[in-house]
Write a protein of this length. Structure first.
Length: 465
């Protein structure tokens, strides 16, 4: 690898006048980007309520009929399939490729990313909002930088500003600038002075942006999108039996994550060859899984549909409402729906993994030696690290969801996360084209951070040729 330009010294950048200008730009950008992220999340919530409650009522149904999920999921498939096929950027990165936080999409791709995300998340698909928010925030920030510079900006400045926009957007989702910064920094993989160079503008933008979504909450009443679940039972003190269960949960979570991603990545090439036809079929299959679960257990279809972020509260607050049969069937139905969503739709992979982990931990807590709340927390962390491969973030997210109770169970969460992470690293890469599959070598870190992920783009290119 050759380059005519000397490497950039982060400390020199931090001391420069240009960096002060970037800080000023970050402070300005954090406010509108946080507002856009807030309204994006509010709109998605309204779309979910309208699709599953408002529309059935408008059509004369007292309650939504049992078959109703097939309708919004089918429509979601049509909208996302058309977006992937015809709009620039293919609707954003495929969530089956995992979580990637580096880079920013092209301006032309932002509309398709927003449309695919709203159609997927707003109509009940099993994906979360974190990946589209990061892409939209980063893309908008780069557009603003180019407008200020009246042309192309230096790559180093663009990367810092893109990270600032992503920080501000994802912090709105987490309700905390520190949580958003934690996720972004571990996902990007920066350290030392380089991390400081990116972190300071990001924290500044997210911190000022948090004032915006706190103010919008008092004005609109939509909420601050805080992750913490309230009114939880008191967590039991960790025990040796609990530590043993944490190891077991971590060991089981890793292969379950592998199976979900393997299924999604084997299904995706077929969907890519005909997204307009096959994406609606996958959507209908997800809706059918929700119907099967409800018919069999009497629990709502929302347990299977959506990201699981809102369903975590009822599960954690009243685990006794679920018997072992319902919990095991939920793992099967939600896991299959999750794999289908990863293969065909657009969104983030984080929250469905957390919900599946909480369900699995709750199921194991029916056996002696494991507190239900501790089991759910360990399961959340173990499944999250199995999907994201971000151990520190996985511990943080599992703890944030439990609020004050999270501190008490954190030792067990750490054991489960470390076990799952170690097992995950020893499993083969489920992605086609990885060394374990005997094909091409994996992409480099820089290639993973391109605006459109290489694996998904190659699938589309092969389909179009």
């Amino acid at each position: 690898m050759t380059s005519g330009a000397p490497p950039v010294d982060p400390l020199t950048v931090l001391r420069s006048r240009r960096y002060l200008g970037l800080l000023a730009l970050a402070a300005v950008l954090g406010i509108p980007i946080s507002a856009i992220a807030y309204w994006f999340l509010a709109f998605v919530g309204l779309a979910q309520h309208w699709a599953f409650t408002g529309l059935p009522a408008a059509l004369g149904f007292t309650t939504a009929p049992l078959w109703w999920p097939l309708l919004p999921l089918g429509v979601a498939g049509v909208l996302v399939g058309l977006t992937v096929r015809y709009l620039p950027g293919h609707g954003g990165e495929s969530p089956a490729d995992g979580f990637h936080a580096g880079g920013a999409p092209s301006p032309a791709a932002l509309g398709g990313i927003a449309l695919a995300a709203v159609a997927s998340i707003g109509l009940g698909v099993v994906v979360g909002p974190e990946a589209p928010l990061i892409a939209i925030g980063g893309g908008l920030a780069v557009i603003a930088l180019r407008l200020v510079r009246r042309g192309d900006a230096p790559a180093s400045a663009a990367s810092v500003v893109a990270a600032t926009g992503s920080f501000a957007a994802v912090s709105t989702l987490f309700g905390s600038p520190l949580a958003g910064a934690f996720l972004m920094m571990e996902a990007i993989g920066l350290g030392g002075a380089t991390a400081t160079m990116v972190l300071v503008p990001g924290l500044l933008g997210a911190g000022l942006g948090s004032l915006v979504f706190l103010g919008l909450d008092s004005w609109t009443g939509f909420g601050t999108f805080s992750l913490a679940v309230t009114d939880l039972p008191r967590a039991a003190t960790p025990t040796l039996a609990g530590l043993a269960w944490a190891v077991a949960l971590g060991a089981v979570a890793a292969p379950l994550c592998f199976a979900i991603r393997w299924t999604a990545l084997r299904l995706r090439p077929a969907v890519v060859r005909g997204p307009v036809l096959f994406t609606p079929l996958v959507g209908l299959a997800i809706g059918a899984l929700a119907v099967v679960y409800t018919v069999s257990t009497g629990h709502p279809t929302g347990d299977v549909l959506f990201s699981g972020q809102d369903a975590l509260g009822p599960l954690l607050q009243n685990p006794a409402a679920y018997g072992i049969g319902a919990l095991l069937l939920l793992i099967v139905c939600k896991g299959l729906a999750y794999a289908g969503a990863l293969s065909s739709f657009r969104g983030g992979p984080t929250f469905p993994a957390m919900y599946l982990g909480a369900v699995g931990g709750t199921a194991l807590s029916l056996l002696p030696g494991l507190d239900p709340l501790a089991g759910a927390a360990v399961g959340m962390g173990a499944m999250t690290v199995g999907m994201l491969r971000l151990p520190m973030t996985s511990v943080l997210l599992a703890t944030l969801f439990l609020g004050s109770a999270g501190i008490a169970v954190m030792p067990l969460v750490i054991v489960g996360v470390v076990t799952s992470y170690v097992v995950t690293l020893r499993l083969p890469d489920p992605a086609p084209g990885s060394p374990s599959a005997g094909d091409d070598p994996p992409a480099t870190p820089d290639e993973h951070r391109e605006p459109e992920h290489r694996a998904g783009r190659q699938d589309h290119d092969r389909a179009e040729n």
